[in-house]
Write a protein that binds this ligand. Structure first.
Ligand SMILES: [Zn+2]
Length: 266
């Protein structure tokens, strides 16, 4: 059995209608999300859980080749409606990062940036517990979707340890992972994340993950609503946010030149 040597982690946000170009960056239609999952399954990929990924990063276990971790940020209700049925049919797990103060609320932090000026609903505790029975694991995305590096020490601990404690009460189990809101983190945020008791953290830095890497900077590929299934597959194969055909050529040309001892700037 071939084993995984590098694992991509996909980052999705909302599944649902896409009203404008801004939303198209953070939301994907239900049809396209299903196409994404089906092209992965048809190409030999399968989803592993976040805890399998972390154990693999720590060298504590192997994973069969083709592993991909699927993550959703923010806790959108649309993932319950449109994502759960697709993943359930495939028997695939997924990880969701929740904003603990906004459960059952709306994505208020997006209102100012969305040109449509509208907001979308977030998961309720009932939807979360249903999803937890069907392969979803839930972790932290702070209490208020805070820009962590900008918080005072007290506020930062509240966002980190506070959301962990709130979610642990809700879920009745340990919440060992967090995804930094907006991917924002610095050395102080990393230190406080460790002291808050987290064992790993997910960033938005693109690239593959490999055993031995920093567990508090797990890389993720940003999946856009505008990514066709073919583009998604190219992102996963390249470990890049750029799923264009040109990037594939650049990648293989770079590998070829590296093999014969030349370097190419990208
Ligand atoms: Zn977020």
């Amino acid at each position: 059995m071939a084993v995984a040597s590098r694992i991509p982690v996909l980052m999705y946000h909302r599944i649902g209608t896409v009203e404008n170009a801004w939303e198209g960056k953070y939301a994907i239609t239900p049809e396209r999300f299903a196409e994404h999952m089906h092209i992965l399954a048809g190409s030999g990929y399968y989803a592993c859980t976040a805890s399998e990924l972390v154990a693999w990063l720590q060298g504590e276990r192997t994973l069969r080749e083709g592993a991909v971790a699927i993550t959703f940020d923010d806790g959108y209700a649309g993932v319950h409606e449109h994502g759960l049925p697709v993943l359930k049919a495939l028997g695939w797990p997924a990880a969701m990062f929740l904003i603990s103060d906004l459960l059952g609320g709306q994505d208020e932090w997006c209102r100012a940036s969305n040109p449509a000026g509208r907001t979308y609903p977030l998961l309720t505790a009932g939807q979360i517990s249903e999803m937890a029975q069907h392969g979803f694991s839930f972790y932290s995305h702070s209490r208020r979707h805070a820009r962590l590096p900008e918080q005072s020490d007290i506020q930062l601990d509240d966002e980190l340890a506070g959301s962990k404690a709130e979610l642990e009460t809700l879920l009745g189990q340990d919440v060992p992972y967090i995804a930094y809101p907006y991917g924002l983190h610095d050395e102080r945020v990393l230190d406080r994340t460790r002291s808050a008791g987290y064992q790993a953290a997910f960033s938005v830095q693109p690239g593959f993950n490999r055993p031995g890497m920093d567990l508090f900077r797990i890389r993720r590929l940003d999946v856009f609503g505008t990514d066709t299934a073919a583009m998604l597959l190219r992102k996963v194969r390249l470990g890049s946010n750029d799923g264009s055909r040109m990037n594939v050529l650049r990648y293989y040309l770079g590998q070829l030149l590296a093999r014969i001892g030349l370097k190419v700037g990208t």
